[in-house]
Ligand binder design. Sequence first.
Ligand SMILES: [Zn+2]
Length: 291
Amino acid sequence: MDDHQRSAREAAASDRCARTANDSREMRVDPGHPFLIEQIADSPIVAAAVHDGAALRPEVAELMALGEAERRREEDPFTAAWTRIAPTRLIGRRSRFEVDLNRPPDKAVFRAPEDAWGLHVWRSPPPAALVCRSKRIHEAFYAAAFETLRDIERRWDRFVVLDLHSYNHRRAGPHEPPDDPLRNPEVNIGTGSMDRQRWASIVERCIADLRAAEVLGRPLDVRENVRFLGGYFSTWVHRTFPASGCALAIEVKKFFMDEWTGVPDAVQLEAVERVLASTVPGLLQELGAFA
Ligand SMILES: [Zn+2]
């Protein structure tokens, strides 16, 4: 069984939810499409923001114990805007508290507080049918991502996915000292699930270019696998496209925003996008791809 078949089988196995008569009604009141895949040009560079989303289906919102601000703290705001750096963009529109696209199918809907930084997510346990409808979004996203990446693989042989995230570093409180900078780089490149030797030139070029760029006149602290190794989406890319897909899980520390109020620093926000964009020419060069 090849990796494509294995992925399809696992996806099928994860969806043990029977379709119910309620499904079409619940889907009709859906707040827009749960994810966006956009291609504006032919290129082997893809950017993803699977945690940007904040929307909830009404049936999820009704049961949700967390307020919008609490949810936003754990989502990755502004990462969808950063995906403008690549001609192909994959963006999650739903809150990770509805369905987390960066977790495996069976863990994509948070249940217990230990799934969600100790937070009590639900007013009462979500019914199985609701959980199934959320899991189907996960399934649909991965099916669409597969089609998109397979097309790029056919045209370019190899491709790079910039799997963009942001992370909190003031968990102790807004007025407490931030988490230890030694263990929390400004940019953490997660390469834990890849064949590191196969993709060495891509990883090292990306890190070198990120370190060469500046934000507010200073270089960024960019390190590999210090805080994060990369989540399910990057792992899935490597498992599904083992010879052709290189996913770099890029976690940007929320130094460019106030993680407690959600307010960004516009200058730094734009500077981060510029720094991320500066890696694209080098990645194309290392891929041997010249569009
Ligand atoms: Zn994230």
